[in-house]
Design a protein around this ligand. Structure first.
Ligand code: PLP
Length: 396
């Protein structure tokens, strides 16, 4: 039978990290010793108290369906956590628990954006935003993140692209892939525009705890913004729980019940014992998180120093997340390589080091001439030293 997909499947993008990862795994299976900076997940183990809570939950037979929006005790823990950390009042009814933070992107866009609407999103950015905007037939409108602004927005540019068709703006701070953090001033300017144009704000705050300088600010903390904001957060990055698949959205109650309806249609509910483990993550001790963040900061300082010693590489000191987005324009020129993909392939095959090219995070913006690659430093200091020594040996 000839396989004919629905037309909408042509609109769906993907997360290229998984493609590179497959290539890395293939090389590894051929016996290559690859040092990988590809994957965006903490290399630490999930803290023991969280694992114990899941084991206890399974042994107590919490292995059945739960409510689509999440278990009451977890929704309550999340409401308390977000109220405290964002300095706003959140009710449990405003929380929807999902298998990872990612479904909140899919559900919010499906729930709020019609075909023909426009959605502004950061570029370079997490590729799933653009993929899902396209999938619903809306128009993705990238807002370039500028290296000279610490990978923040040019607010004047934002003012030019926002219009009456704009339905939503997506923010991500601390950011993947640049490590940039939006300032309070920028958030205030964005908030004004969101109010003026009656926009929804999808604020992806999955890296909110992984911040090294200054403090984390959420747009939802700004007056009147909570009613038009969906906060995306979760447990994957903060508690090294990527494989557990648990995250959530915080949004106005009326929207939460419709998003829960999407959950009912898709997965019924998030695994109940995973939710009980997440409840322990928020209610239990936080010292393991503090330890992880301290270690990430040391690794960040190490990788930034080593990267800046490589000929033709330069990078800013990222303020958050566990990524560094290195400008490699000069290196490409010196090595006669056309772009970041060619450099990524060059160092993968000649130095056995895996990174992700700029294009894994969206098409280049108009007039963007610089080239970048992303390193995830969610890997040991030994690997950082080994990988960067290999690149230095190859490139100089
Ligand atoms: N948002 C951003 C910016 C991310 O980088 C990621 C994961 O890499 C996610 C959302 C998804 O997180 P989760 O694994 O909880 O679905």
């Amino acid at each position: 039978m000839k396989l004919e997909f629905a037309k909408r499947m042509d609109l769906l993008g993907t997360e290229n990290a998984f493609v590179v990862l497959a290539e890395v795994n293939k090389l590894k299976s051929q016996g290559k010793d690859i040092v990988s900076f590809c994957i965006g997940e903490p290399d630490f183990d999930t803290p023991k108290n969280i694992k114990d809570a899941a084991i206890e939950a399974i042994n107590s037979n919490h292995t059945h369906y739960g409510p689509s929006a999440g278990l009451p005790e977890l929704r309550e823990a999340i409401a308390g956590y977000i109220s405290k950390t964002r300095n706003i009042k959140v009710k449990p009814q405003e929380v929807v628990v999902t298998p990872g933070g990612k479904p909140i992107i899919y559900y919010s866009i499906h729930g709020l954006v019609d075909s023909g609407d426009e959605v502004i999103y950061p570029n370079p950015g997490f590729p799933i935003y653009e993929s899902v905007i396209n999938f619903v037939g809306a128009k993705p409108v990238p807002i370039p993140l500028l290296e000279e602004k610490g990978f923040s927005f040019d607010i004047d540019y934002l003012k030019k692209i926002v219009n009456n068709k704009t339905k939503m703006i997506i923010l991500n701070s601390p950011q993947n892939p640049t490590g940039g953090v939006l300032s309070k001033e920028d958030l205030e300017s964005i908030a004004k525009l969101a109010k003026k144009y009656n926009l929804w704000v999808l604020s992806d705050e999955i890296y909110s705890r992984i911040i090294y300088e200054g403090e984390f600010n959420s747009i939802a903390s700004i007056d009147d913004l909570k009613d038009r904001t969906i906060i995306l957060d979760g447990f994957s990055k903060t508690y090294a729980m990527t494989g557990w698949r648990i995250g959530y959205g915080v949004m106005p109650e009326e929207l939460a019940s419709r998003i829960a309806q999407l959950v009912t249609n898709c997965e019924s509910c998030t695994a109940t014992f995973t939710q009980m483990a997440a409840t322990e993550a928020y209610n239990g001790p936080q010292d393991e998180v503090d330890k992880m963040v301290t270690e990430f900061k040391e690794r960040r300082d190490l990788i930034v120093q080593l990267l800046n010693e490589i000929k033709g590489f330069k990078c800013l000191v990222p303020k958050g997340s566990f990524y560094v987005f290195s400008n490699i324009t000069e290196a490409c020129k010196n090595l006669n390589l056309k772009n970041s993909q060619e450099l990524q392939q060059f160092i993968l095959h000649k130095a056995d080091v895996a990174v992700l090219p700029r294009t894994s995070f969206g098409t280049k913006n108009e007039g963007e001439n610089e080239e970048y690659i992303r390193f995830s430093y969610a890997t040991s200091k030994e690997n950082i030293i080994k990988g960067l020594e290999r690149i230095k040996k190859l490139i100089g």
